[in-house]
Design a protein around this ligand. Structure first.
Ligand code: UDP
Length: 392
């Protein structure tokens, strides 16, 4: 059989797998159920800026291989992402740092807390909220409780639909550290960039290869009944492939045989374009303790980053909700739910993969039920290709 593979899903993972196999001489058919490529990175240009259709995507990485790869497909402009949370009537830099402490605490307490923090931790280090909550020292424990109550509790309850965010996998809250310095950047990675012409253009360039065929608006059906571990090829839309790389939801792949997996969804409410230059302190404003949304994104900030004069601003408000295929507004799966019950269900599906692993690899954020940043998704896609039995 000809060297031909199928990739399902034209997001970052699928696009990178398609590119890597095309470069290795395989013909690749890339199927995408949406009407566009680039998955949740999809953006469109407006008002000297880019609006991100599926929520803000701010690229950051310390992974040299990822950065080297991406540089082949786009120019990048530096963008150190900043986030402020609205706490008791003021905007406070997030992650919570010594700079945040200066805004939220009276001076006499600040001095005492900083002294104690520096007695315990090195200046410049970052710690988890859990570490602070476990402090023996009363002032540090109080600080932990303050940060948990004001920054994490409300936001995470809304985002994940749980009463007690401490029930979530610790990795979720650990994404946002507490910083023992005055750094107000959201990330501390070596590279913090935005693609100059947007993410859609970046992915378009990744997919520009004579061996890649893209089929949009194709919700493929993979018939798994006929597939066994000894199967040498897989049939999709009447075409035969050596292997399929599936980046969709694993419960869909197995026709929900063990029930539906739980995901969180988002609804994005777009404002009309507004004229005034932004008085907001940052592109992203979090609202942990007020309203039923989590954050507001001002895409006008991107035009400044790209070196343009902001013409107008588009504000997008993010409302989280439970993913439901039948819902009118929460019908897109964004995040796997990180409770142990939800994960157990995923692991049952994962076991089923063994029987088809010769012809199907399940990968990506949805497929592997993981919280992947863009650079993690890219690195994981490299690993899928590096480890593939097809190219050994
Ligand atoms: N989080 C929070 N308060 C904040 C920011 C984040 O509680 O002000 C928690 C919340 O549970 C969120 C997680 O930290 O889902 C990860 O935040 P991140 O900004 O990485 O979320 P993403 O941009 O990936 O949605």
């Amino acid at each position: 059989m000809k060297k031909k593979i199928a990739v399902i899903g034209a997001g970052l993972t699928g696009s990178i797998i398609a590119r890597k196999f095309a470069e290795k001489g395989y013909k690749v058919d890339l199927y995408e159920k949406r009407s566009h490529i680039a998955g949740n990175c999809f953006d469109n240009k407006e008002f000297n800026s880019f609006t991100h259709k599926y929520g803000p995507h701010l690229f950051h990485t310390s992974n040299e291989r990822v950065m080297e790869f991406l540089k082949n497909f786009s120019d990048f402009v530096p963008y150190p992402h900043k986030v402020n949370a609205f706490i008791d009537g003021q905007f406070v830099p997030i992650p919570f740092s010594l700079a945040s402490l200066k805004i939220t605490h009276p001076e006499f307490l600040q001095k005492r807390i900083v002294q104690k923090l520096l007695g315990e931790y090195k200046f410049g280090s970052q710690i988890t909220i859990f570490k602070l909550l476990d402090s023996v020292d009363k002032d540090l424990k109080n600080l932990g409780e303050y940060i948990y109550d004001k920054v994490f509790l409300g936001y995470s309850s809304k985002q994940w639909g749980v009463k007690n965010p401490l029930d979530l996998d610790k990795g979720v809250l650990n994404r946002i550290p507490v910083r023992i310095n005055n750094d107000t950047n959201y990330f501390n990675d070596k590279y913090q960039f935005l693609p100059k012409d947007g993410y859609t253009s970046l992915v378009k360039n990744i997919l520009k290869h004579p061996k890649i065929n893209i089929f949009l608006n194709r919700n493929v059906q993979i018939e798994l009944n006929s597939i066994t571990s000894s199967c040498e090829s897989i049939k999709i839309n009447h075409k035969n492939y050596l292997h399929a790389f599936f980046t969709g939801m694993i419960d869909e792949l197995f026709a929900f045989s063990m029930g539906e997996l739980e995901y969180r969804s988002l609804f994005f409410k777009k404002s009309e374009a507004i004229f005034s230059p932004s008085t907001r302190p940052s592109l992203q404003l979090n609202y942990p303790n007020n309203y039923n949304f989590t954050r507001i994104i001002d895409y006008g900030f991107i035009s400044k980053t790209l070196g343009f004069k902001p013409l107008k601003s588009r504000l997008v408000t993010e409302y989280p909700g439970r993913f439901d295929r039948k819902s009118e507004i929460f019908n897109q799966a964004f995040y796997p739910l990180f409770t142990s019950k939800a994960k157990d269900k995923y692991n049952k599906y994962k076991l089923k993969l063994k029987s088809v692993s010769k012809v199907i690899t399940v990968c990506g954020r949805l497929g592997t039920y993981r919280y992947l940043d863009m650079d993690d998704a890219i690195a994981a896609a490299f690993a899928v290709v590096d480890n593939s039995i097809l190219i050994k």
